[in-house]
Structures are given as C-alpha cells and as structure tokens.
Design a protein around this ligand. Structure first.
Ligand code: HDD
Length: 721
C-alpha cells in the first residue's frame, strides 16, 4: 500500500471610486452613461472598484507620527500613572483606546469552515455563453472578472491544523460587473444530508465532544459515526472524505464543486440545469494518512503555506470552471433526483463543458481584512443564475445571511472592502451598526417622486435585474418528509468505491479502520458495519476484522458493479509547479551536483532544498529543521552516506542534531510514498532505510549529468499512479 501510494504521493510530488467623496451614496443622481449595469462589454470601466481603494496607507508610511483613532498625535509605550510606581489612571484615554481595540480584535470564527486560506485571482471566460446564461461574466470570450477563493476545512477551529482529514471548503466569489456571484462549494461533489434542517445535527455530531472538547478537527469519535450510521444519506460524502479527497496534498491539488444543481437563465428566459466544477489544472494529489498526521504536528500551516508561497513565486494555480449542462426535463432522468445533493451526475453520462479559466495570482495583503472578513453567501447570485428546489440549497439561502449578521454584529457587512461589489450600490437600506456611508438621498423609499423615482426597480427588460426562471412554479400539500426520489442512498457510495483504483480503495478502508477503531460504543460500531455492508460487503468485512466484530450477511439487493470516471483523488499531475525535492547532503560534499539538480528541477518549477548538518553557502536548511513532510521527493547524495550510517556511530552522531535525522527523512519519505533517489552509491543509505533499489518509486542515478533523467523519472513516477 505505502509503496503504490508512493506514486500517489508523488502525485503529491512530485475591491470608491464614485466621483467625489467615496462615502457618499449618490443614488440621487442618474446612473452615469458608463454605468456597469448598462454595459456588457469588457472595455476599461473606470467605475469598477478595487480593494486597493481601501489600503490603509498609514501602515506603510514610515514618516508619519502615531495618532489615536481620533487622529491626535500620541505616544503609547507607557501608561499614564500616578507617580512612577503608582497606579494607572482612568484618565489615560490612550491606554483605554489601545486596550479596548485589542480586546475587540476578534470576530466570532465561522461556526464551520473556521480554518482557511484565500487568494485573489482572475476568471477568464472562454466564450460568449449567452446561449445558456445571461450572466455577464460569461458574456464574451476573454472577458475577465476578479475573483477571491477561500479554501477551508470544515470541522476544526480557526487555529487547527490544515492537514486533518476532512471535507474541504472551496468558496469562490466572482466580483462581476453585475454584482457579486458566490459559489460556496466543497472539494467533494456531494453532501452528507439532503435537507438543511439537519445541518445543526450533522455539525453537533462531528464537532468535538461538548464536555471535553475532544477531538479537535476530527471525525474519529462516537458521535460523528453515530450520526453517519443513523443518517445513511451521509455515506456517499463519507466515502469521499475517507478517500484521498479528505487528505489533499494542497489546496492547489484539488477540485471544487458547487454540489447543488443550479439553474442557468438566458436573457429570453430559457433555463438549463447545471452542476459546477472547478477542475484543478495542477492535477490532483493527496497525502498518506500517517504523513498528514505528522504534518499536522510539524507544520499546521502546511496548506496555507503552499498556497501563499506558490502565488508569491508567481506559480499561479489554475482551475477550469466547468458545468454539466442538463435540461429541466432531466430532473429524474438518471435514476436519482437532480435536487438531491447527495448524488453526482456521473461524468460519463453528462460530460463537463469548460466555461472558463480561473487563476489565483495575488495573495491577500491582510489575512483578517480579506480572508477572515469575506462573507460568502449562497444567495449571492447575479442575472442569469437561478436556484433550484434542492432543500439543502433552499435552507442555505437563509443560513449564510444569518451567520454574517452574527459575525459582523450588524447588517452592514457588505460594506467591508472584501465584501463590497466592484459596482456601485444604490438602494434605500439605511443606518445600522458600522454604517460606512453618508447617504444623500432624502427620499430613501420607493416609489418616490422627490428623487425622480431613483433608484429605479431593475427588471428583466430594464436595468438588468432577472433571477427567477419564468417557468418555475411551486405548489403541493404541506409535508415534513424526505422526497421518495431521494431514497436510494447506497448506490452512489458503491459507485464511488467501485471506481477507485485498488490502492485508493485500500486507503479508504484504512481510513475507516482508523476512525471506527477509535469508537467506544459497540452499538455505534455495529450500526456502522450495517451501513457499510449496504455499500460493500468487502468494505464491511475488512473494517469488521479490525474491530474484531462479526460482519452482517452480504446483501445482494444493494450491490452493483457500475463504475464511473474521474473521481480519483490522485492521477497524473498536470504540472510540477511548486513541488519540493529534498537533497540530503553533507557540508563537505561538492556543491556542483546540488547546483545542477537545482537548475534541472528549477526548469520545471520544482524547488530543490539542499539539506546539510550546518548552514553554509549553498545549504538551504539544517537537518534539525527538516522533516520528510517538507518534500514531495527525497534525493540522497551518495557521497554523504556516512550521515546515514551515523545513526549507529557515536562519533559521527555528535556531529549534528538530531542524531539519525537524515535516515529518518529518507525512511519517512519512502514510507509515505514519495519517490526517493540516490545519486552515486545507494548501498549505505538505502540499506539503512530498508529500501530496495529498483522498487517502485526508487531511483538510482550515476552522476550529476543524469539530471534531465531525474526530472523525467520523477514525472514518470508521478504519472504511473
Ligand atoms: Fe456551509 C460556511 C460549503 C451546507 C451553513 N459552507 C461554509 C463554507 C463553505 C461551505 C465552503 C465556508 C465559506 C467561507 O470560506 O467563508 N456548506 C457548504 C457546502 C454545503 C454546505 C458545499 C452543502 C452543499 N452550510 C451548509 C448548510 C448550512 C450551512 C446546509 C446550514 C443550514 N456554512 C454554513 C454557515 C457558514 C458555512 C454556518 C459558516 C460561516 C459562513 O457560513 O459564512 O452559515
């Protein structure tokens, strides 16, 4: 497993610009001729805003004097006290303001998806998609729209580790020239529940125990699996989460999904049903579980670091924005209900159509102001995008708005720089906590004559307002019940499992064994086995073995052999950008080989990190600061072999700290499925690490001139999986 996963992990390898005062709401005046709401082209549009307009310049102007928030020049390093050794005075407004502000620096973290990282980017439409949607950002080829993506885990707190096993949030905001459109998605195309009213139950079950607040950011506990086994609609998402999709190599190496079926709407009112996907153009890759656990301890910031550094280096991650386009009449056509968010539409049945490309190309300047304060909403749709009756989606339409009120403490959160649309806002909403504008319109109501009827109502034919499919209708008996068309919750987890490669299946089963063997309740364990057995007898047998429990009888009424495509958490990497190779050497070794390697790998945007006992010219890191989690592949300098023998030699042992670290890096790298190689003699290092030369993912290179071969072999190792 570890070895074939080698190749998997080497798949691892490897925001006014209104004229005049920016705070004036000038809805008393006519929209300017170039108002974005009446424009459809992508020409330079001076009224589009940018977050740059909100940069706090004082922080970078080092010639300025410190002031209070009232703009008064002050000094703030000592408090005002009654005598040198006396008490601090209540009069000290400088002290009180500074401490008060500090005390209020935090806003409530997100109830879910608290831990995350984000970046700015650009979306470029491939074509004029007005045949399927009136969405302006898709209205012409090459049209560019600013975006912000926030990636996240779900269960952990804001300070939890990145590499915990979890579903990952993939929330995308399009700052379109007709307002903000958010796709608040995940890296897994399905969800645990079919009705939003169950969301608090799901989250209460998955979050840490109410008494001990253990475990953090983990589902390996009774309440989570109690819920999963009592709510079998969760099985499909659970299977995805227990596969490599739950332990991604990086945010760059995963796809994003809109999950629900959405409606697209054309200018003339024709509708299509769609499922959205953002397909990683880096390729997909995951971490092995043990590696992910070590990483959580050694580098809790592993994913945010990877994203930040990649963008900093100009290695901009890209995703293709795609849609499965279906007809209204297809709702029940595929043997399940398109309104059921626990189902995928298999890609071999409805292929994805690429609509455009999304590139992340700028890091946030301030994590709190941007990544923490961005407040996505499922209800942020633009002309041309409509909802469906999916009960999970319908419930989310309430929850996200409500949650932002809680986080911001008032209704003006859309005025925060990262939440402001790039187009002017004109409406009659007024006042509220932290109101940042000075509205000039003295007739803040509609209809009015005192302001010549402005702002006017935007409709389908005037002002480009249009969201609701004209043929949508609703009616029926009032019921509290799950639709009978949502009943089959076992076929698709099986479809998922059937479609994985054997090594990926093994990974999934090991994840289930890891989680379920930490359950204390035998009742929960038994219920888990009952549900697993409805998906796959094989899975149930293998998990039951670990639990030392009896397996339920196979039940053929549930089983099928269908498979589908493109659901693997790994696969060929499409780019090696931003991957890291560790080169384990000694201070006395020649730097020529390292330099040649750096150049060869640099050509494919892979970083070579040269590791030696002590820092010196040409050495990037010491062994004491290095572990295998930092690399996607490990190459040993055959001339530094004594470092590997040193684990047993007391004399060399003292040469650096900690003893045995080079060997540990090599062995962990190998065990965690990373390609390993030796330049020169491999006998000592490989022998000490118990690595067989020639085994899959193990490479030997004679000399530095083999460097291009190394790159090829690394790429090949990657693509073999
Ligand atoms: Fe949610 C945050 C994704 C169902 C209630 N959700 C949140 C985020 C993502 C998702 C990516 C983080 C956004 C960010 O980065 O700021 N949620 C999903 C997906 C779902 C889903 C893909 C199912 C298809 N969520 C869901 C339901 C409810 C919520 C059914 C409630 C009924 N979600 C929330 C929330 C959060 C949130 C509590 C917490 C912070 C926030 O909204 O802004 O309101």
């Amino acid at each position: 497993m570890a070895r074939s996963k080698t190749l998997a992990a080497f798949a691892a390898f490897c925001y006014l610009a209104h004229a005049g005062c920016p705070y004036m709401d000038d809805s008393t005046v006519d929209p300017p001729a170039n108002h974005p709401m009446v424009r459809r082209d992508n020409a330079e549009n001076p009224s589009l805003r940018s977050t740059d307009d909100f940069m706090a310049q004082y922080e970078v102007n080092d010639t300025a004097y410190l002031t209070s928030n009232a703009g008064v020049p002050i000094e703030d390093q000592e408090s005002l006290s009654a005598g040198e050794r006396g008490p601090t005075l209540l009069e000290d407004f400088i002290f009180r303001e500074k401490i008060m502000h500090f005390d209020h620096e935090r806003v409530p973290e997100r109830a879910v998806h608290a831990r995350g990282a984000g970046a700015h980017g650009t979306f470029t439409s491939y074509a004029d998609w007005s045949n399927i949607t009136a969405a302006s950002f898709l209205s012409m080829p090459e049209k560019q729209t600013d975006v912000f993506i926030r990636f996240s885990t779900v269960a952990g707190s804001r300070g939890s580790a990145d590499t915990v096993r979890d579903v990952h949030g993939f929330a995308v905001r399009f700052f379109s020239d007709e307002g903000n459109f958010d796709i608040v998605g995940n890296n897994i195309p399905v969800f645990f529940i079919q009705d939003a009213i169950k969301f608090p139950d799901l989250i209460h079950a998955v979050k840490p125990s109410p008494n001990s607040e253990i475990p953090q950011a983990a589902t390996a506990h009774d309440s989570a699996w109690d819920f999963f086994s009592q709510q079998p609609s969760s099985l499909h998402t659970l299977f995805w989460a227990m596969s490599g999709h739950g332990t991604i190599r990086s945010y760059r190496h995963t796809d994003g999904f809109g999950v629900h079926t959405f409606r697209l709407l054309t200018d003339d009112g024709k509708t299509k049903l769609v499922k959205f996907r953002f397909r990683s153009l880096q390729g997909k890759a995951s971490l092995l579980w043990e590696e992910a656990q070590f990483t959580a301890g050694l580098d809790a910031d592993f994913h945010r670091r990877d994203l930040f550094e990649s963008i900093q280096k100009g290695l901009y991650p890209e995703w293709e924005f795609e849609a499965q386009i279906m007809e209204e009449g297809d709702q029940l056509r595929f043997g399940f209900d398109l309104l059921d968010p626990t189902k995928i539409v298999p890609e071999d049945i409805v292929p994805y159509t690429p609509l455009g490309k999304l590139t992340l190309n700028r890091n946030p300047r301030n994590y709190f102001a941007e990544t923490e304060q961005i407040m996505f909403q499922v209800g942020h749709v633009v002309r041309g995008i409509d909802f469906t009756e999916d009960p999970l989606l319908q419930g989310r339409l309430f929850s996200y708005l409500d949650t932002q009120l809680n986080r911001h403490g008032g209704p003006n959160f859309e005025q925060l720089p990262i939440n402001q649309p790039r187009v002017p806002v004109h409406n009659n909403q007024r006042d509220g906590a932290a109101q940042m504008y000075i509205p000039l319109n003295t007739a803040p109501y509609s209809p009015n004559t005192l302001n010549d009827g402005y702002p006017k109502q935007a409709t389908k034919n005037q002002g480009r307002g249009f969201f609701t499919g004209p043929d949508r209708s609703a009616g029926g008996r009032l019921v509290r019940a799950v639709s009978s068309t949502f009943a089959d919750v076992w076929s698709q987890p099986r479809l998922f499992f059937n479609s994985l490669a054997p090594v990926e299946q093994q990974f999934l089963i090991q994840a289930m064994c890891f989680e379920s063997s930490q359950l204390r309740s035998d009742v929960v364990k038994k219920n888990v086995l009952i549900q697993l057995n409805r998906v796959s007898h094989d899975v149930a047998v293998r998990v039951a073995e670990t639990l030392g429990m009896t397996v339920p009888e196979a039940d053929d009424t549930y089983y099928h052999d269908n498979t589908t495509i493109n659901i693997s958490p790994g696969g060929p990497l499409l780019k090696l950008d931003g991957l890291k190779v560790g080169y384990l050497t000694s201070n006395s070794a020649s730097s020529d080989t390292a330099q040649a390697l750096k150049t060869a790998l640099g050509d494919v945007n892979v970083d070579l990190v040269v590791v030696a006992p002590t820092l010196a010219a040409g050495i990037d890191q010491t062994y004491s600061a290095t572990s295998a989690i930092q690399f996607d592949a490990v190459i040993v300098d055959g001339n530094a072999e004594k470092l590997f023998a040193s684990s047993t030699s007391n004399s060399t042992r003292s040469a650096f700290y900690p003893a045995g670290r080079p060997l540990q890096i090599l062995r962990n790298g190998y065990d965690w499925g990373k390609p390993v190689g030796v330049i020169g003699s491999s006998t000592t290092a490989f022998g000490a690490a118990g690595i067989q030369a020639g085994a899959p993912g193990v490479y030997g290179f004679a000399v530095a001139s083999d460097m291009s071969t190394i790159v090829d072999q690394l790429a090949e190792g990657l693509h073999t999986f």
